[in-house]
Write a protein of this length. Structure first.
Lengths: 293, 365
């Protein structure tokens, strides 16, 4: 058997996957890219318009507001979510049965669908009958209109999302914590490190790669926020909670401006790519190092 | 004589399992002690109790006249070298060594000076800015030792320090540890299951088994006057032959013992020291049983296995009654498996063990 033949046969083994991959990932990717240079509606093939969609987007205040909203909500969610998940993981990182139960409870929200999550939080956040409203009233305060006040809808989205997304980062941190060898903590104890020093000088640096992973995954996820915004607030009031993906959903399937929506999607794609790559580079991009001991 | 470490009646159980039962021990200043025992004997637990990583159920730990068992590990004045080094992977060598000193609020220039000194002694001064991942096992070992030295501890604790090194490096590091011991002004406790390490490094060996100290003494005393059957079998390689023996009546000063094959051994163990009418076991180190010397032979045996070590040959054989016995022959031995060979047992080096396992040894000739 010649080596060329061997190569060809090897290709057969991966062909089923490659075919599917090309069909549902690569093709739509390029199709979307191409669409963004066309004016397309549901009735025809459309025609090539060059960069017109992009130029129009840059001047579209609804689009730029949606980008700002998306960034704000991402900035609200990612740091809080990361710190909360880390603290929870540290608190629940022991072998007791109580801790196992709590891990299960905290992870359970992650298996719910976005529909149920937003339903739950609609009940919690509703000012007249919701849980938070009742609480506020018990203190004798005026209930906050989380879903109707423009400056409160993004925090409402953030709270809902944090509650929903806490499980996975917590699990990642738990896995990371379990990778830290016990004798390193013993060495730190003999080195006279107090709990604070041990946390900052041993635990956090040992979790660095998990931290980077969690922040990158969550940033990419929150920049694509859609379901919560669509179901909890519908992007309102007055577009105050319209995220970029909600914007492109409305453009594509509300007004059937497929080329325009595709261009918005390309811009968001590039932004996510740039942000996550920046994070990756900024944090030292040294997977595999720092592993000897 | 100044005492360094004192252990007073240490007890420790994990749940229902007793690990250490009434351990008491004194270390002299600058003494190098080896805790020797099989895995599961409790020797590592004892070390961790001294370090403060485990708490004893009862008993006291004193160091240089100060009771330390209530103190946290970092305030006990002890430094430990872990079996797997436990270096901080995200810190450079310098930071690894400085970490404990910074926590102890040692002034910066003092920290630098101590690190430079230790690094020079350990010959790692050119890699102070490396991370542990970029170093070999032997180099990491040195960093771990350096991290202990810079603290100027009153007591060094070494947990199986050589077990992670390959054979060649282990020998070299053993020599280096012996040299290091001369340079540091502190007592050292080393935990090991390797009797050769304990024999070569320690001033005194503490043999631990079955939750208790079996014997404490200088290496050659442990080797030549084992307190009981466990120590006799555990120390020395290959292990001492143990054969049932019968004390022969007589009125001599020293005991005469008959082995199962009918041959007799003239020991130099005082008859009056032995328990009356009790079954005995005879302990024979390989060097006390020589192959050959037809006219001086005391018995003969059939050869099971021949192990050539170069300067000497070990012969594993069976006496006429089937009793296994390990004998020694010269390097160029003609003995082959299946041969019947004459053996000359040196009764003067024979040990006797009573029914309770206690050892009785010959008086020096």
């Amino acid at each position: 058997m010649t080596s060329a033949e061997r190569d060809w046969r090897g290709f057969l083994f991966v062909a089923p996957f490659l075919l599917l991959y090309a069909l549902i990932l690569v093709f739509p990717l390029f199709r979307g890219f191409w669409l963004s240079f066309n004016q397309v509606d549901i009735f025809g093939d459309g025609h090539f318009v060059g960069l017109a969609n992009y130029v129009e987007l840059a001047a579209d205040p609804i689009f730029t507001t949606s980008l700002v909203n998306t960034f704000i909500v991402t900035l609200m969610i990612v740091p809080v979510l990361t710190v909360l998940a880390l603290l929870l993981a540290i608190a629940l990182n022991n072998a007791g049965r109580g801790a196992a139960l709590m891990r299960g409870i905290f992870f359970s929200s992650a298996v719910l669908s976005v529909t149920i999550v937003t339903l739950i939080w609609r009940f919690v956040l509703a000012p007249d009958a919701g849980l938070l409203g009742e609480l506020w009233q018990a203190f004798g305060w005026q209930p906050l209109g989380f879903l109707s006040e423009p400056h409160l809808v993004l925090p409402a989205l953030a709270i809902t999302t944090i509650w929903w997304s806490l499980g996975l980062p917590m699990l990642l941190f738990l896995a990371g914590l379990q990778q830290i060898p016990q004798d390193m903590y013993e060495a730190a104890a003999l080195d006279g490190a107090d709990r604070w020093t041990t946390f900052w000088r041993i635990t956090v640096p040992s979790l660095r790669r998990t931290l980077v992973l969690v922040v990158m995954l969550q940033t990419a996820a929150q920049l694509q926020m859609f379901g919560q915004a669509q179901l909890l607030t519908g992007g309102g009031p007055g577009g105050a909670s319209r995220t970029t993906v909600l914007f492109l959903f409305e453009s594509a399937f509300g007004r059937w401006e497929l080329g325009y929506a595709a261009a918005a999607a390309e811009i968001l794609f590039l932004i996510i790519l740039a942000v996550t790559l920046t994070q990756y580079w900024a944090t030292g991009r040294t997977p595999g190092a720092a592993h000897g001991r | 004589m100044r005492l360094s470490l004192e252990l007073r009646s240490i007890q420790k159980s994990f749940g229902e399992t007793k690990i250490l039962d009434d351990i008491s021990l004194n270390l002299e200043a600058r003494e190098f002690i080896a805790f020797l025992g099989p895995s599961g004997s409790g020797k590592s637990t004892l070390l961790r109790i001294v370090a403060g990583l485990e708490t004893a159920d009862s008993g006291e730990v004193w160091l240089d006249g100060e009771r330390i068992d209530q103190l946290p590990p970092g305030e006990r004045g002890v430094a430990m070298v872990f079996q797997h080094y436990a270096l901080y992977p995200h810190m450079s060598v310098r930071e690894n060594m400085a970490f404990g000193l910074r926590n102890a609020k040692v002034p910066k220039d003092e920290i630098d000076r101590r690190i430079e000194d230790a690094a020079r002694v350990l010959e790692i001064d050119h890699m102070l800015d490396r991370k542990p991942a970029a170093m070999s096992g032997g180099q990491r070992q040195r960093v771990a030792i350096g991290r202990a030295i810079v603290k100027h501890p009153r007591l060094f604790l070494l947990d199986e320090p050589l077990s992670n090194l390959d054979a060649a490096l282990r020998l070299r590091t053993r020599v280096e540890l012996a040299q290091l011991k001369q340079k540091v002004d502190a007592a050292v406790i080393m935990v090991t299951h390797d009797q050769a390490e304990a024999m070569t490094l320690a001033d005194r060996i503490v043999v631990i088994d079955d939750q208790r100290i079996q014997q404490v003494g200088p290496p050659m005393e442990i080797y030549s006057r084992p307190a009981n059957i466990f120590v006799a079998q555990f120390v020395g390689s290959p292990a001492m032959t143990l054969a049932p023996g019968k004390l022969l009546n007589g009125d001599g000063e020293f005991a005469r013992v008959k082995l199962g094959d009918g041959s007799t051994i003239e020991t130099r163990v005082r008859r009056e020291a032995l328990p009356n009418n009790a079954p005995l076991r005879v302990g024979l180190r390989p060097e006390a049983v020589r192959v050959g010397g037809d006219n001086q032979a005391t018995t003969k045996a059939k050869v099971d296995l021949v192990e050539r070590l170069g300067e000497r040959t070990l012969v594993y054989a069976r006496l006429a009654d089937g009793q296994p016995i390990t004998a020694e022959d010269e390097g160029y031995s003609q003995v082959r498996i299946g041969d019947e060979v004459p053996l000359r047992i040196d009764g003067g080096s024979a040990h006797l063990f009573g029914p309770d396992g206690a050892g009785y040894h010959g008086v020096e000739a």
